[in-house]
Design a protein around this ligand. Structure first.
Ligand code: NAD
Length: 544
């Protein structure tokens, strides 16, 4: 797929950006047509005559298909169907439920090429970044299918008086889970959050991002192919501002991934209904490069970690605090590596960085770079949009001299733009990394692992990787992942990523009655007996 769209302009020798170009392919719609067929029929509708919204390939603005623009009545249909299907699903033995997801794991790997085509064409990203998110879905399915029994089974818990009192912890599905997902990682953000919700015995109503509905629908179709019972996962397509409120008003849990601005609204609405919620929101992620960092590794991590998904990854780095002892060497090598990144739209692994999703993301990126430059920042690499490659391409960009008052100093750009700051000490690096309203993800580069882990634990971010990109914490499926501060509430992955979709229940049984006053004792004697018992229990390690 290397035919060009428009005129190909290679950068002239001596120009600032030497970023290697791979031209856009034409006929992208044809490539995904067989995959898209029938997907829009899966959308829950109260009225088959709904208006339709077209979906465009960011690589070349080709229309690849259309999905219904759902309305509030369709949300009602979706929730009703999901609620009806949920009861029978929750009643099935857990082993039967998890089997579906082990099959799904295999199916995702079997259909890898189709999924990667779909993610590239609809989302505009490079194949390597599409691969990351696809593998994440498979890992997620396998992890929760393998661990659900141990996490969900009722557990004996400590009670006040051994042998006389017994307590168990149960986890019941909440019922119908609503999921609202973004466009940037449209397969994993839609499906990976639905997987633990379904395994826990819930039904799901999914509202994928308007720009990328087919990636989510394709993932849902594969779930049904893996054996998910009909109606259990409903999809509604259309605008969040239309569908968000009716969805929140009817579901028992709302899981949202997207911007902090919308996340706050969702949190307020969920709060009024007192339903559980998880909010995975924006970031302005720092990377700390300490003096004793392995230079080559730091440069690799900086490049991979900043420009993944063309910088439209919530956990990619936009701020770098580099200690003075390594600053010059790091900067020189990072600039060289960034300029060597290959931009393009080939549907294979030959390019490093793909396109931005669309016009508004490109506008914001251009605005941030222009604003910084006009206020005195220097562009050391990139800095330009590349209409010669495709309508929304932007070069990976490195800025220095960024100061408070420039838009990109604190605001999330969500594009391939990173600012580098020289710091004199480790303490300064930590302080400046923490000087943000966000707290999503960070990286620490330092050869001394003990020191690195200590520094990592002092950075106020939900995940921190040491000497590796975000891929390390992202793939650590047994550990929780999510944001501190304005980056969100709640966690995905690990125990929390499953149990958040349940109501925990304490069932306690007593073999004597009444507990107080104790049988045969006066109130005074019972009080004395309990006080004595508490003193005794404190001394016995097994009973504390
Ligand atoms: P967005 O908030 O504009 O949209 C996200 C989803 O919310 C979409 O499905 C959209 O249709 C829907 N939506 C929009 N307005 C709504 C409303 N009023 N009520 C209900 N739903 C509404 O975000 P986006 O532009 O799609 O995604 C980019 C943002 O997402 C970035 O800030 C990024 O950091 C964040 N993000 C965070 C994570 C994470 O795990 N923390 C992951 C991916 C993206």
């Amino acid at each position: 797929m290397t035919a060009s769209v428009g005129t190909m302009e290679m950068p002239r020798a001596g120009e600032r950006a030497e970023t290697t170009v791979k031209p856009v392919g034409a006929g992208l719609a044809g490539r995904v047509k067989p995959l898209i067929r029938g997907l829009s029929d899966m959308v829950a509708l109260a009225d088959r005559e709904r208006k339709r919204t077209e979906v465009y390939a960011p690589f070349n603005r080709e229309c690849i298909g259309a999905v219904p623009s759902c309305e509030a009545a369709d949300v009602r249909v979706a929730v009703d169907r999901a609620r009806a299907a949920q009861k029978a699903w929750a009643a099935r033995p857990l082993r039967e439920r998890t089997r579906v997801f082990m099959r799904y794991h295999d199916l995702v790997l079997d259909r890898l090429d189709s999924i990667l085509d779909m993610l590239q064409v609809e989302g505009g990203k490079s194949r390597r970044h599409a691969l990351e998110e696809t593998l994440d879905v498979a890992i997620n399915a396998r992890y929760y299918a393998a661990h659900a029994a141990e996490l969900l089974q009722p557990k004996r818990r400590q009670s006040l008086i051994p042998f006389i009192l017994k307590a168990w912890e149960y986890h019941h599905p909440v019922g119908v889970v609503g999921i609202i997902s973004p466009w940037n990682y449209p397969f994993t953000m839609a499906v990976s959050d639905a997987i633990p919700a379904l395994i826990a015995g819930n039904a799901v109503v999914l509202k994928p991002a308007d720009l990328t509905p087919f990636s989510a629908l394709y993932g849902v179709r594969l779930l049904y192919e893996a054996g998910l019972p009909g109606d259990l996962l409903q999809v509604i397509t259309g605008r969040g501002s239309v569908l968000g409120t009716p969805l929140i008003e009817q579901v028992d849990f709302i899981g949202f991934t997207g911007s902090t601005e919308v996340g706050r609204k969702i949190g307020e609405q969920a709060g009024r209904r007192l339903i559980k919620t998880s909010l995975e929101l924006g970031g302005k992620n720092p990377m700390l490069v300490l003096d004793d960092a392995d230079l080559e590794r730091a440069v690799f991590v900086a490049t991979q970690g900043s420009f993944a998904g063309a910088g439209q990854l919530c956990i990619s780095y936009e701020r770098m605090y580099v200690q003075s002892g390594i600053y010059d060497r790091f900067l020189e090598a990072f600039v060289a590596r960034t300029k060597a990144q290959r931009l393009g739209s080939a549907l294979d692994f030959s390019v490093d960085i793909g396109s931005l999703i669309g016009a508004s993301q490109l506008e914001k990126t251009v605005e941030h770079v222009d604003d910084a430059q006009s206020k005195g920042a220097q562009v050391l690499a990139g800095g330009r949009s590349r209409p010669d490659i495709g309508p929304y391409f932007f070069e990976p960009t490195i800025l220095t001299g960024v100061t408070e008052g420039m838009q990109c100093y604190r605001e999330e750009t969500f594009g391939p733009v990173v600012s580098i700051y020289k710091v004199d000490s480790v303490e300064e690096a930590i302080t400046r990394a923490n000087d943000s309203e966000f707290g999503l993800n960070a990286a620490v580069m330092c050869r001394d692992e003990r020191k690195a882990v200590d520094v990592a634990s002092r950075v106020r971010c939900g995940t921190v990787s040491v000497n590796e990109t975000y891929q390390a914490p992202w793939s650590a499926m047994g550990a929780p992942m999510g944001g501190m501060k304005d980056s969100g509430l709640g966690r995905r992955h690990g125990i929390e990523g499953l149990l958040k979709y349940t109501e925990s229940q304490n069932v306690s049984l007593s073999r004597i009655s009444p507990l107080f006053p104790a049988p045969g004792l006066s109130v005074e004697a019972s009080a004395a007996a309990y006080v004595a018992m508490l003193r005794l229990v404190k001394k016995i390690p097994g009973l504390r």
